[in-house]
Design a protein around this ligand. Structure first.
Ligand SMILES: [Zn+2]
Length: 310
């Protein structure tokens, strides 16, 4: 009899894991965030896995079947997943679809247009003729402050579908936010090694707007936010001018994009090609906010800081 009670005791202890809330994710960083906030109370079903292309992903029938078994579906939002309306219709009311980015302040995608002729005519407006405002930038996960907001969104949504564990989710979000704050402080200290006038970040596609805003860089990208459009020869020429004018030391390819124009720019300016940056947060080697940020900051500091500061 005693043996029997012990067996039941063991089963009861194992129950919370069996009853874990199933959460599907459309970005590896959201999967990691859901695990950080939800701990043992959630089971994460990664629909878009590390290595996948976030700009060209479309859920397959097997993904739909997997999503149907979950309570909550976390998407990046900000227009990244163009299929969400269709998905919401086909999933119905049983799965709550949440665009985590919806509660994060947007920055517009800033395409770099350096108009030298105009600039020479009017020095006072130097700051204003650089940018052409376009569509919304979906790459919000490059900012620690945004990650803190996302942690709160995830905790609130988990609490809505699983109110019994609300306090655990709130505590999970607090721990995650504290960690994001520590990572931001570390990144700021590292980036301080790069002089303010040297903080021009030339990358393959327009993914680093939020990073640049948080750490005081000016972004220049050769491709747009969706990675597919080509750089015009005018834009390449402007970028070359900018690199020469500021004495910038490196340009950066990405784990999923290394357009030929970067090599062309390196050839004509003599700049280095830096380590490929992780732009979309899905690299197999680094697909959490922490590992992505660490990789990017180290690569940027290694290429742009003066040798003595590294
Ligand atoms: Zn991207």
């Amino acid at each position: 009899m005693k043996q029997l009670f012990l067996t039941f005791g063991f089963l009861a202890a194992a129950l919370p894991a069996l009853a874990a809330t199933k959460v599907a994710t459309l970005h590896p960083i959201l999967a990691d965030l859901a695990r950080q906030v939800g701990g043992a109370n959630v089971e994460v079903v990664e629909i878009l896995k590390p290595g996948a292309d976030i700009h060209h992903f479309e859920p397959a029938p097997k993904d739909l079947a997997e999503m149907r078994g979950t309570k909550l579906l976390l998407a990046s939002g900000k227009g990244l997943e163009s299929f969400l309306d269709k998905l919401r219709d086909s999933l119905g009311a049983d799965v709550k679809l949440v665009e985590v980015g919806a509660k994060i302040p947007s920055i517009p995608f800033e395409e770099h247009h350096h108009e030298h002729a105009e600039k020479e005519k009017d020095h006072d407006h130097e700051e204003h003729d650089h940018h052409h405002h376009g569509s919304e930038d979906p790459h919000w996960w490059h900012s620690a402050e945004n990650m803190k907001r996302a942690a709160r969104v995830v905790a609130d949504e988990l609490s809505a579908v699983d109110p019994a564990n609300a306090s655990a989710y709130a505590a999970g979000a607090k721990v995650a936010s504290k960690r994001f704050g520590e990572l931001k402080s570390w990144a700021q200290k590292e980036i301080a090694k790069i002089g303010k006038k040297d903080r021009l970040l030339v990358t393959a596609h327009g993914a680093f707007g939020y990073f640049c805003k948080e750490y005081g860089f000016e972004p220049i990208s050769l491709l747009g936010i969706g990675r597919s459009d080509d750089a015009s020869s005018k834009h390449v020429a402007e970028t070359i001018e900018e690199i020469r004018e500021h004495g910038i030391k490196a340009v950066f390819p990405e784990d999923q994009a290394n357009p030929k124009v970067l090599a062309e720019i390196a050839r004509s300016t003599g700049v280095k090609i830096g380590e490929p940056l992780i732009a979309d947060g899905t690299a197999k080697v680094a697909h959490t906010f922490e590992t992505m940020l660490a990789h990017n900051v180290r690569s940027i500091v290694a290429a742009l800081a003066p040798a003595a500061a590294k």
